[in-house]
Write a protein that binds this ligand. Structure first.
Ligand code: HEC
Ligand code: HEC
Length: 308
């Protein structure tokens, strides 16, 4: 079903777009979709954190494709997260979540930051109690589920909201739907051929999500152990899930540790790491080729987020 949908990205995008207009999240969402509205309400609710200052939206800001602009995000009491915030665009199509795939269910994943001491440091049952006294949330819960809100429904509503963040509105998507290379400039076209050819990028950053959802040790970090923390398989040390390359223009800084403010600098390191046991193939690109790839990457920016 999902595969079938992914083959027709523009169609689902425009249907959902008309339904909820999630591009401009300030507008009220359709009352027909109470699950999504309740999820959005919870996503933006700062009462979900122990100091009352942090909501999901503090680290996943809509105009930055639901990522943020800091190397590491700020949680409660000025604490920082261990990794760079991930964009939540198209996250409903993923089968596992986070750089180290710590969770495989979006409703459960959504509850993890609530309990993390350096993120929201709160408790889902305490929040459930708060919501039972909230008329607006209760009303939506009755519309959505025909029953009062529960901890499980909080996770379910967040999942519904996150799954509605579907965006395939980039120049690249237009090119795919029309099969028209004239939409690209010369340099974007050259970058496109390199991305799918000599550069080997698409073998890991596979369209349409621009991730294969697999894990690799790309060799630039020897501090964060990545996937190994969950599998305890020595081969998984320093392996991280391939990130999507959509909307890179608004998701700086780059790398799971957010150490690279510029895409150009990140790419230089990503492609030129040597003397390291890692999973990256050897990719030798000339300076002009790297610059064409950077131009192509811009075609993956969604028109939605570039208006801001
Ligand atoms: C303090 C900042 C912060 C807060 C608050 C926060 N997140 Fe995140 N979120 C992150 C970071 C950082 C990551 C990447 C973590 C990693 O990969 O280890 C992330 C990852 C995710 C992912 C995985 C995305 C993917 O591509 O796999 C989802 C889904 C998510 N957050 C949803 C939420 C929801 C829902 C809330 C609120 C209940 C929330 N986040 C609150 C910082 C935050
Ligand atoms: C072997 C798989 C693989 C190949 C081939 C590959 N990448 Fe990556 N890429 C990754 C992984 C894994 C990461 C995450 C690195 C990290 O932060 O730990 C990544 C990260 C990135 C990022 C940073 C994204 C962000 O938001 O931080 C960019 C940009 C990128 N790759 C572009 C490219 C380009 C362009 C090519 C081809 C020239 C390429 N990659 C080839 C696996 C790959």
């Amino acid at each position: 079903m999902i595969k079938k949908q992914l083959k027709r990205p523009l169609i689902i995008c425009s249907t959902l777009f008309l339904l909820i207009n999630s591009c401009n999240s300030k507008k009220d969402l359709s009352s027909k979709d109470a699950q999504i509205s309740l999820g959005k309400f919870i996503f933006e609710d700062k009462r979900l954190s122990s100091d009352g200052k942090i909501s999901c939206a503090s680290c996943h800001i809509d105009k930055f494709a639901f990522a943020d602009t800091l190397p590491l995000s700020k949680g409660v009491d000025g604490q920082f997260t261990n990794r760079n915030s991930l964009s939540l665009v198209n996250v409903g199509f993923y089968s596992h979540f986070m750089y180290d795939s710590a969770a495989s269910d979006l409703a459960l994943q959504a509850l993890i930051p609530i309990h993390k001491s350096n993120e929201m440091n709160f408790n889902i049952y305490a929040y459930e109690k708060l919501l039972t006294l909230d008329d607006f949330a209760q009303d939506l819960s009755h519309k959505a589920y025909k029953k009062p809100i529960t901890a499980a429904l909080i996770g379910q509503s967040l999942k519904s909201y996150l799954s509605s963040l579907v965006h395939f509105h980039s120049k690249y998507d237009l090119f795919v739907s029309r099969n028209d290379t004239s939409l690209f400039s010369k340099s974007e076209q050259f970058g496109y051929f390199l991305f799918f050819g000599k550069g080997q990028c698409a073998s890991c950053h596979r369209p349409p999500l621009f991730t294969d959802q697999k894990h690799y040790n790309t060799g630039f970090d020897t501090f964060d152990i990545g996937l190994y923390a969950h599998t305890l398989d020595a081969r998984d040390k320093f392996r991280f899930r391939t990130p999507s390359l959509r909307n890179l223009s608004v998701t700086a800084p780059y790398g799971h540790n957010g150490a690279y403010p510029s895409l150009k600098d990140f790419l230089t390191v990503h492609l030129n790491i040597q003397n390291h046991p890692h999973d990256m193939p050897s990719i030798n690109l000339l300076i002009q080729e790297q610059s064409a790839i950077l131009d192509f990457l811009k075609t993956l920016d969604d028109s939605c987020y570039m208006q801001h």
